[in-house]
Design a protein around this ligand. Structure first.
Ligand code: ZN
Length: 93
C-alpha cells in the first residue's frame, strides 16, 4: 500500500504547469495555466471590465441592427403600398 502511494507521488511533475502573462490593459502579471497562455490576455480585473464592455457593445449593436431592420421593413411597406396604389387598390392603413 505504502509503495503504491510513493509511486503516484513521484510520478507527479515537479514543475508547475503554469505560465505568466502580462495584462494587455494594465501590464499586471497574471499566472495562468499553461494551456491558457494563448487565450488569456488580461488580468482578472481587466478581463471582467473587458467582458462588460463587449457585452454593452453587443447590446448596442443589436439595438442598432433592429432599428435598421425596422427602417428597412417600413421602406418595404411603403413600396408595397405604392404598388397597391399604382394597381388601383387603396390600402386600408
Ligand atoms: Zn489588467
Amino acid at each position: 500500500m505504502g509503495k503504491q502511494i510513493d509511486t503516484i507521488v513521484t510520478k507527479q511533475p515537479k514543475t508547475p504547469q503554469t505560465a505568466e502573462i502580462v495584462c494587455l490593459d494594465c501590464g499586471k502579471v497574471r499566472v495562468v495555466g499553461k494551456g491558457e497562455v494563448f487565450q488569456v490576455k488580461r488580468c482578472v480585473e481587466c478581463q471582467d471590465k473587458y467582458r462588460k464592455v463587449l457585452r454593452k457593445q453587443y447590446r448596442k449593436n443589436r439595438i442598432q441592427q433592429l432599428k435598421e431592420k425596422l427602417v428597412n421593413a417600413e421602406a418595404t411597406i411603403d413600396t408595397l403600398r405604392m404598388k397597391l396604389v399604382q394597381a388601383g387598390i387603396t390600402p386600408i392603413v
